[in-house]
Every structure is written in C-alpha cells, then in structure tokens.
Design a protein around this ligand. Structure first.
Ligand code: SF4
Ligand code: SF4
Length: 106
C-alpha cells in the first residue's frame, strides 16, 4: 500500500484513460477553450477528444510513464482531480494500480 502523497501522476494516467465522459468542459472561458488545439477537442466541442476511454492528449503508457500534452491548457476537471481523491482511486483501481492506504477500494 502507498500513501496519497506518494502517488505520481506521471507514472499513472489512469484518470485520463478511464472514461470518455471524464475530460468534459465545464467552467472554462471561451478564451481557454479556444487555446486548446482543435485536434484534441471532441467533435461536439463538449470536451477532450477521446479514443475509446482514453483522452487523446495523454501520452505514454498508463501505469508506467505518462504526460498530458496540453498540461497548461487542460480542462478544469483535470485540474480538480487530486491524487488520492475518490475519482483518482476509482480510476487507478480500474487499471489494477495500487490504491492508497485507508481507501475503501483496498
Ligand atoms: S488517477 Fe490519480 S495518480 Fe493517476 S494520474 Fe489521475 S490523479 Fe494522478
Ligand atoms: S487533458 Fe490532459 S489531464 Fe485532462 S484527461 Fe486529457 S491527458 Fe488527462
């Protein structure tokens, strides 16, 4: 078991590969959305483009080495996800990745 503070997003990426409904736009401004490269935005303009459950802006291999190709421009939902929170742990669990000590998912 590990502690939430030890979770390393760059060795994970589970929440970016968990569901196509995850990286949806919410409170972003028009200017923020306009700054996102169009090829990373879904056809309905409502969120990030996904391939299956995986966000198209995720680079690398889940559970090993990942990065967000639009990190500075990422949607608000991505900024709100905190390592160790419920959404994080649900996503990690779905990939069989270690969850944190004290979690109900253990
Ligand atoms: S699932 Fe958690 S640890 Fe993994 S990338 Fe998302 S926030 Fe980081
Ligand atoms: S925009 Fe970046 S942080 Fe958000 S789901 Fe896609 S890869 Fe993950």
């Amino acid at each position: 078991m590990i502690l939430a503070v030890d979770l390393d997003c760059e060795a994970c990426g589970a929440c970016c590969s968990f569901s196509p409904s995850w990286p949806r736009f919410s409170t972003e401004t028009e200017a923020e959305l306009d700054a996102l490269p169009a090829h990373f935005v879904s056809e309905d303009q409502g969120g990030m483009r996904c391939h299956g459950a995986r966000c198209s802006a995720l680079s690398g291999r889940v559970g090993s080495n990942t990065s967000c190709l639009v990190y500075d421009l990422r949607p608000d939902v991505c900024r709100a996800c905190v390592p160790g929170d419920a959404a994080c742990l649900e996503a990690r669990s779905s990939f069989g990745l270690e969850v944190v000590e004290g979690s109900d998912l253990i």
